[in-house]
Design a protein around this ligand. Structure first.
Ligand code: KIV
Ligand code: ZN
Length: 514
């Protein structure tokens, strides 16, 4: 058996499927290019038939991302397989991933189909997909709740029909590691032609066990793991790439397998996905949370200073978490700044570098110590500034005990300037009302969160908001040492997206059910 585990990233399909995480085709491309740098083996770029946006996203990724295999999901229906094929036309290495549910509960209540009909659908879809590409994956949806005898039968037949990967999804996150591992072992022992296919696993996180289940499957012979960055996905999410990959790497003594992932790119990828989806990474999230490598207790700090391995099982550098926490201050020059940018993995054009340096200097004036996380936030903010959007150029907010909170705001777009004021329940509310009034919009604020990027009273405050309007949900994120300013910028960025995307083609229309 091969000791190489294939890493199949489904951030752009299952991850993007979770409510409020939807990405534009261009944003999908941005993530896919970064996944390429992370060196994943397969990128599931979307579900071609689900919406014109998904179709376009897959096409764009297939056209521009050449090293990894690019995959589209398709129900076991000819029209889905056909759509996947069309979207993948420009892919150098296309994969069609087709699926149909096989558990009793899904077949009876969702599909209203008998076992034989389900097998026919599966076999026909695999055969059709094989006409277009040699690389076909099949998933018996809800496999973890499928009777073993039926599961073995389906797998044998789809492998005979030409599936080269058989993926075992724990669709509803029901499995327990020891049991899921046994299922994989039973598949290896009972499906006669299983040596013609790679066994893959796809675990959801409803019990918080998705990574543990994936790892148990690898111990029992699975050689592909389907994962998402930051574990985003339906409901409680999917197994997270960073957790599974780092466990395989760090505990190679136990797993005796390797992956091709360039782990130093993990942190950057996590930040990008969080920024574009608006899903904030919790501070104590394994591997990529802000506290993942922070030691607070005196005993731990003392131990780490004496010998890192006393309390650190991975080196922060291995996941691209810059080691030196304190980097630059207001006396730092251009050279030091550029060196630090390079070390953090940013390559900037001269104009971008100049603008970033100016922003760094402004930040260093407000803040004594500028940390790597501050710099990354500044750069991400800068990258997010799209042309054709409104920029916040002036903000004055007042609040206090016995004072009516008010905000005066100036927005500019090209030569246009808008200025106005509003009062509200607090300074943030006043800013949001002023922005609504100036732009003539009334979106609903469905989520607001704030967190400090680094520690200390002068830390950057990073605000993430999610707003809803015209049937769309968009998010915005911004950081500043002044949290009212960060709040206003984040909101404006979300409203800008709402106005831009409201004019474009509609988002998802099809459901994920066959
Ligand atoms: O969770 C699931 O079952 C899926 C399949 C489509 C693979 O996402
Ligand atoms: Zn899934």
């Amino acid at each position: 058996m091969s000791d190489r585990v294939i890493v199949f990233d489904t951030t752009l399909r299952d991850g993007e499927q979770c409510p409020g995480a939807s990405l534009t085709p261009q944003q999908k491309l941005e993530v896919a290019l970064q996944l390429g740098r992370l060196n994943v083996d397969v990128i599931e770029a979307g579900f071609a038939i689900a919406s014109p946006g998904d179709f376009e996203g897959i096409q764009l990724v297939a056209r521009h991302v050449k090293r990894p295999i690019i995959c589209s999901l398709a129900r076991a229906l000819p029209k889905d397989v056909e759509a996947a094929r069309q979207a993948l036309k420009k892919a150098k290495r296309p994969r069609i991933h087709t699926f149909v549910a096989t558990s009793d509960v899904h077949m009876k209540y969702k599909l209203n189909k008998a076992e034989d009909e389900v097998i026919q659908l599966a076999v026909a879809a695999v055969k059709l997909a094989r006409k277009y590409t040699d690389d076909v994956e099949f998933s018996p949806e809800d496999a973890a709740r499928t009777r073993h005898d039926f599961l073995f039968k389906v797998l044998e037949q789809v492998i005979d029909a030409g599936a080269r990967t058989v993926n075992i999804p724990d669709t509803v996150g029901y499995a327990i590691p020891v049991e899921f591992g046994e299922t994989i072992r039973a598949i290896k022992n009972n499906v006669p032609n299983i040596n013609k296919a790679v066994i893959s696993v796809h675990c959801h996180n409803d019990f918080g066990l998705s990574s543990a289940n994936s790892l148990a499957a690898v111990l029992n012979g699975a050689r592909q793991v389907e994962v998402t960055i930051n574990g985003i996905g339906e409901r409680a999410g999917n197994a997270s790439l960073e957790e599974v990959v780092m466990a395989l790497k760090t505990r190679k003594d136990l797993f005796k397998v390797t992956t091709g992932v360039c782990t130093e790119e993990i942190y950057k990828t996590s930040r990008l996905v969080s920024k574009l989806t608006g899903f904030v990474v919790q501070k104590n999230k394994a591997i990529v949370g802000a506290n993942a490598f922070a030691h607070e207790s005196g005993i731990h700090q003392d131990g780490v200073l004496k010998y890192r391995r006393t309390y650190e099982i991975m080196h922060p550098k291995e996941v691209g978490f810059g080691e030196s926490k304190l980097v630059l201050g207001k006396h730092s020059g251009r050279h030091a700044f550029m060196e630090r940018m390079k070390a953090l993995g940013f390559s900037l054009s001269p104009a971008q570098a100049e603008e970033a340096f100016e922003r760094f200097k402004r930040l260093a004036d407000q803040k004594k110590e500028v940390y790597d996380e501050d710099l990354m936030t500044v750069l991400e903010d800068q990258a997010a500034k799209a042309p054709d959007t409104y920029q916040l150029t002036y903000l004055h907010a007042t609040s206090g005990t016995g004072v009516v909170p008010t905000a005066t705001i100036r927005l500019t777009r090209g030569n246009q300037t808008l200025e106005g004021a509003a009062s509200g329940d607090g300074p943030v509310d006043a800013c949001y009302k002023a922005i609504d009034r100036l732009l003539g919009v009334r979106p609903k604020l469905v989520d607001y969160s704030i967190q400090s990027v680094t520690s200390g009273k002068d830390a950057l405050g990073e605000v993430t908001v999610r707003v809803q309007g015209n049937g769309l949900v968009e998010h915005g994120r911004a950081a500043a040492t002044d949290i009212i300013e960060a709040s206003a910028r984040a909101y404006l960025s979300a409203v800008n997206r709402l106005m831009l995307n409201g004019k474009k083609s509609p988002r998802k229309t099809a459901t994920s059910q066959p």
